[in-house]
Every structure is written in C-alpha cells, then in structure tokens.
Design a protein around this ligand. Structure first.
Ligand code: NAP
Length: 291
C-alpha cells in the first residue's frame, strides 16, 4: 500500500510556485496576490482561511483577509466583492463557504469576476472545464488530479467511482476523470444519496473518490482489493485528549480500508493540503492568463 501524501505533493508544488514568484520579482513584475473573504466566525472556516493566508506567505504571494460580520446583508457582501473585482492589486480571491443562511451562495459565486475566480466555482470556469479550455479548475478536484499525477497512478481505462455530486467536489471530479487526458480517460460512475446498491458499485471501482461528508462511511467490505482510494471528507471529532480539542477523520475508515489498497490518501495530510496548493496554482494562472 502506498500512502498518497497530499502534504508531500503540496510542498513540492509550493516550492515550484515560490521559484516562479522569484522569477517574477527578478523581472520586476507584479507579485501574485490572493485575497480571502471570511463571513462570520465559524471555527473550521477560520482555520481554512488562515491556512490559505499562511500558504501565500510560504510561496511569497501577497495576501489579504477581508473579515466580515455574520450579519452582513447580501447586498453589502456583493459590494465588497465588487471592490475586490476592481482592485488591481488583487489577482484572485475566494469567498470562504459556507455562507450564513440569509445569503445566496450562488449569487455570490456569480458576482466574482471570472478572471479572479481562483476557486473555480464560477459558471464560466466550470463551463471552460467542460470544454477543455484552460481556466481555473475547482481547487479540490484539481488537487486530486495533481496527486494522481505525482504518484503515476494509472487512470486510462479504469473504472472510477465518485461518491457525492456537489458542485465543488463530486461533479467536477467526475468530469475531470472522464476527460481525454492524463489523469482521466476513466469510465466514471457518479453516485449520490439516491444511488441504489452503493457497495456493489464501490466494490467494482479501480479508483474510488469519496466526497460524501459522512465520517468513516467507507468500510473495507465496500472496497476492491488493489483499489486506489482518495478521501475528500474532513470531520472534526471532539477529542479531549488532543491539544486542539478535536481530531480529524475522513469519509473512509482508513485503518480497515488501507490494507486492501494499492494507493490511499489519509486524513489529515491528504486532499486538504492539495486544495490549498491548487488555489495557489490558480492564483499564479490568473496572473499568467492576464499578462
Ligand atoms: P456535500 O455538498 O454535502 O455533498 C455530499 C454528497 O454526498 C451529495 O451529493 C450527496 O448526495 C452525497 N451523499 C450523501 N449521502 C449519501 C449516501 N448515503 N450515498 C451516496 N451518496 C451520498 O459535500 P461536499 O461539499 O462535496 O464535501 C464532501 C466532504 O468533503 C465533506 O466532509 C467536506 O468537509 C469535505 N471537503 C473537503 C475538502 C478538502 O479540501 N479536503 C474540500 C471540500 C469538501 P445528494 O446530492 O443526493 O444529496
């Protein structure tokens, strides 16, 4: 069994980006700048945003954090987004999801200028992905393709089963795995909560990508011997023995599934760091596409 270490791959990607930033500096060009919008005080969201800001520092990007009150109106949030769209210092920005219930996430996503949409959630970015036009790929699926590439995991002709059809993970993931490229050229089955006989389908998977949002849902009896398993889930489980007060679990029961796998990504240290690395790659791409 090979551990697919997103931590290791993301560090390599960050090193490569840092080299590109140095080149930009040397040539007197603008340093990429990523901004993040955080609405409210959700603990997990704050952790993710802080990690993104820290990653910017690590590669030499500029970064800024726009912190907004959870009571902000949708109209006022849209004004903040318009400011970032027009701010020439900012090359790309993200609005950390989820947003408070009174704000329409789709409306907010569509308000982001497509050329600054480094999360890759805007309809223009998703449409370009479908048409194989270079653009911002959604950060998490993009990160997963980079992990598969790094470990030379064969994909052509393989049966890839994706669990979950969210707009940010499962659906784009299924598109990328079916594309005529590497990684890709898989026969893809996209499953969701209405899927019947899920275990029969997952047992037929050469590559199983799990984005269901249920801790340790995938057990050993659902996985084929020799499969590649990529675990997207992140769950904070209260644990008083930890300094942080919690531990992280994925959507896969790692301990029982890992011995059956050819490749498996852990949680933490798997997909999470890759999502951040992809965000940085997209921000660099924003500069490259513009210049
Ligand atoms: P989501 O929007 O909640 O989507 C979950 C998907 O799972 C839905 O499509 C749902 O089907 C499907 N599902 C639910 N129960 C099922 C069942 N019993 N059998 C088959 N499918 C089922 O979640 P998400 O945003 O994609 O995130 C999934 C997980 O990944 C979460 O734990 C999230 O925290 C994590 N995540 C991690 C990263 C990272 O960087 N590592 C990034 C994003 C998300 P329906 O469509 O029918 O409801």
């Amino acid at each position: 069994m090979v551990l697919v270490s997103g931590k290791e791959v993301s560090n390599k990607i960050k090193d490569e980006i840092a080299v590109e930033v140095e080149k930009l500096k040397k040539n007197g060009r603008k340093i990429p700048h990523l901004a993040a919008v955080l609405v409210g005080e959700d603990g997990a969201s704050r952790t993710y945003v802080n990690a993104k800001v820290k990653a910017c520092e690590r590669v030499g990007f500029g970064s800024s954090l726009v912190k907004l009150d959870s009571n902000i109106s949708e109209a006022d949030l849209l004004v903040e987004i318009e400011k970032l769209n027009n701010d020439t210092e900012v090359d790309g920005f993200i609005v950390q999801l989820p947003l408070p219930k009174h704000i329409d996430e789709q409306k907010v996503t569509e308000a982001i200028a497509p050329e600054k949409d480094v999360d890759g959630f805007h309809p223009v970015s998703l449409g370009k992905m479908l048409l194989d036009i270079p653009s911002f790929l959604p950060a998490t699926p993009y990160g997963i393709t980079e992990m598969l590439k790094h470990y030379n995991i064969p994909t052509e002709g393989k049966h890839c089963v994706v669990i979950g059809r969210s707009h940010i993970v499962g659906s784009p993931m299924s598109v990328l795995m079916a594309r005529n490229s590497y990684p890709g050229n898989c026969t893809v089955t996209l499953t969701h909560s209405k899927t019947q006989n899920l275990a029969e389908i997952t047992k037929a998977a050469d590559i199983l990508i799990v984005a269901i949002g249920k801790p340790e849902f995938i057990t050993a009896d659902m996985v084929k011997e020799g499969a590649t398993v990529i675990d997207v889930g992140i769950h904070r489980i209260e644990d008083s023995s930890k300094k942080s007060g919690y531990r992280l679990l994925g959507d896969v029961n790692f301990d029982e599934v890992a011995p059956k796998c050819a490749f498996i990504s852990p949680v933490p240290g798997g997909v999470g760091p890759m999502t951040i690395a992809s965000l940085l790659k997209n921000t660099l791409l924003a500069v490259q596409l513009r210049d």
